[in-house]
Every structure is written in C-alpha cells, then in structure tokens.
Ligand binder design. Structure first.
Ligand code: NCD
Ligand code: ZN
Length: 345
C-alpha cells in the first residue's frame, strides 16, 4: 500500500551553505525540498556586516538552480566589534532575519566569536528593542568543561544570564542536544525557540565511538547519551510550537572529515525529509511533522508559512547516493543506519 503525506513546504532554520564550489554543489539539495533557510554566517572570513551579508546573499541567489524559488534568510555573525546601528539597518532593510552568536572557539570557523559577553550587550539590547532574533550556539569553550557537558553549562552560565538581563530578546537555542536544553526551553516564555537537527534525532554518542570511530557522525554540539536523544525525539514530535527544524547540515569534504583532527559537521540536506518522516512515523507522530518542519519556525520568526506543498510517498527502499561530488572533493551524505522508505515526490 502506498502512503502519501502532503505538507506545507518546509524551511530549514539552521543551514551551512558555505561558498564557491562547495555551495554550488550542496545548495540544489536544500533548494529541492525547502522554501527558505536561515543561512549560517561562519564563512572564512565571517559574514559580519550588512554589506557582507548582501554580497553573500547575491552569491547564493546566483548559485541557485534555474527556476528555484528558494529564499536564503541571511544572518550576521556577532563579534565584540559589531556595530548595533549596522545590525539595525540590515534588519530594517529586510536583508537579515537573525544574528548569530558563536562563543569564540566553540566550533568550525568561530574564532571571531564572542569571549566577553558584556561587549555585545549594546547589540543585544538593540536587537531586543527591534525584535531581531539571536541564534545561539550554546556551548561553553572552557577546556576544563567536559565536551559532553558544555551545552548544559552554557545554559546556566551564559544563556540564562542573557535571558534575565534582556528578557525581551528573542532567542533561538540552536541544535539542542540535551534533555537539559529541552527542559530549559519548556520552562521559558514564547520568545525562546529551539531548533533540533535531523541527525541528533537519530544518533547518540555510541554511534560515533562504539565499534570504531565514525568521523561522519562527529558534529558540534556532539551527540550525547541515549536519554538525551530520546528527550529530543519527544520534543521534536510533541507538536510544541517552540521546537522546529534546523538541520545544521554542515558539509565538509571527506578529506577534511577523515583527518587526525577532522572537521565537525553532518551533511543531511539530501535525505533530511526522508529521515524525519521515518522518525515521526516511528514515534507515531506523523501528524506533527508539518508543524516541526513547516509551521513553528515561520511563526517564531514572524513570517508566513510557505503556501506551496511537498508530498512524501512511502514505498520501496530509497537508494540515495552516499556522496555528493563537489569540485573540492566528495562530501559524504549522513547515513541514518537504517533503510529509508519516504521519498519526496
Ligand atoms: C558546523 C560547521 O561545520 O560549520 N559544524 C557542526 O558540527 N555543526 C558549525 C556549527 O554549527 O557548529
Ligand atoms: Zn551549524
């Protein structure tokens, strides 16, 4: 029996498109399924000013497949030198939809991020005043904090103080990976949202480390214990409007993943919708998939949901390519470890 599911076209509220040859190769995979995506600004050098975001947006639009209606939603990379006036005018002109906070050194290309949070206070206050959301990579970077505890410690030491000092600031806790983050989010008011990736619904830390190291499952924040994965699945499939999809699809070439010090990131753009349909079906929550992928995110960002739809059809096992070829080398597509049956048609 074929089963079909029609959803408002989904959006991706956290995506790495990179630039140049890499962007050219990965962008069509997102544009094939998604209407919009929040584009991460962690290029080298980062997208810090409105002018840089405008130029990056033009490069994305120029790289789109012909006829694609995909819309990139741009972000600025917050630094201690960010000019609140530049941020406000980029927002007022419709160029950006969020500002991204990376603690300095937390992840790929985050060296220009924030170390002294008091130095970004004027920008955060301006953002609260104009209603511009702050997207937060929520991990501390202290060497004495265990990597599996860095998200929970960030919530206590950094996020909660920011929330208390700037209660009107709209905040997105991005790519949450712990039950601690789920519980914290649930205790907040409606100006706190949280994105959840596809891969964190599928893997726990054993997938990375048990039976041999699997670099393609290594991303940041790193996947945690099974109890945390289960809390994320509960949150994502709950229908609660504060939780929405941010894939954090983060392509790196195999050459850069398979190193003694390999890059963090899972590339999920090609098969995200197939995996999510499977996850929601396994949780007996297919009826909540559209909220998670297509409705809660736009509502949080104050945008209308997409008006067109996509259809997922359940059938024979889908054979999808293990790699996407780029002029920089192959990029491995995330392998959920089980066969997928839902195809975007
Ligand atoms: C991201 C990247 O590669 O840019 N990597 C990752 O593991 N998620 C950066 C990030 O979002 O942390
Ligand atoms: Zn990311």
């Amino acid at each position: 029996m074929t089963q079909t599911l029609t959803l408002r076209r989904p959006d991706d509220w956290h995506l790495h498109l990179r630039d140049g040859a890499m962007m050219q190769a990965v962008l069509p995979h997102t544009a094939a399924h998604f209407g919009r995506a929040i584009i991460m600004p962690n290029l080298v050098p980062p997208v810090v000013t409105g002018a840089q975001a405008a130029a990056y947006k033009d490069r994305i639009l120029a790289a789109l497949p012909k006829g694609s209606a995909f819309t990139p939603l741009m972000t600025l990379y917050l630094t201690e030198d960010t000019d609140p006036g530049d941020v406000a005018s980029a927002y007022a002109s419709g160029l950006i939809n969020a500002v991204k906070l990376y603690p300095a050194g937390a992840t790929t290309n985050s060296a220009s991020g924030v170390s002294r949070f008091e130095n970004v206070r004027p920008t955060l206050e301006k953002m609260a005043e104009i209603g511009l959301p702050l997207c937060v990579h929520g991990e501390v970077t202290d060497h004495d904090i265990d990597i599996f505890d860095r998200e929970a410690v960030f919530i206590d030491r950094v996020l909660d103080p920011i929330r208390k000092a700037t209660p009107d600031l709209k905040v997105v806790m991005e790519h949450i990976t712990t039950k601690n983050a789920v519980d914290y989010a649930r205790a907040q008011g409606p100006n706190l949202g949280a994105t959840i990736t596809t891969h964190h619904l599928v893997i726990n830390r054993n997938h990375i480390l048990a039976g041999g190291i699997k670099p393609h499952y290594y991303c940041l924040p790193v996947a945690k214990r099974e109890e945390h994965r289960l809390a994320l699945r509960d949150a994502a499939t709950s229908g609660e409007t504060r939780f929405f999809l941010g894939t954090d699809s983060a392509p790196h070439t195999d050459a850069n993943k398979l190193l003694p010090c390999g890059c963090a990131g899972c590339f999920t753009a090609p098969n995200t919708m197939s995996i999510l349909a499977q996850v929601f079906e396994d949780e007996d929550k297919l009826g909540h998939l559209e909220g998670f992928t297509s409705l809660h995110g736009p509502a949080f960002y104050g945008l209308a949901a997409n008006t067109d739809t996509i259809t997922l059809t359940k059938g024979d096992v889908i054979v999808y390519p293990g790699h996407v070829a780029t002029d920089e080398g192959p990029v491995t597509v995330f392998d959920p470890g089980y066969p997928l049956h839902w195809r975007v048609t």
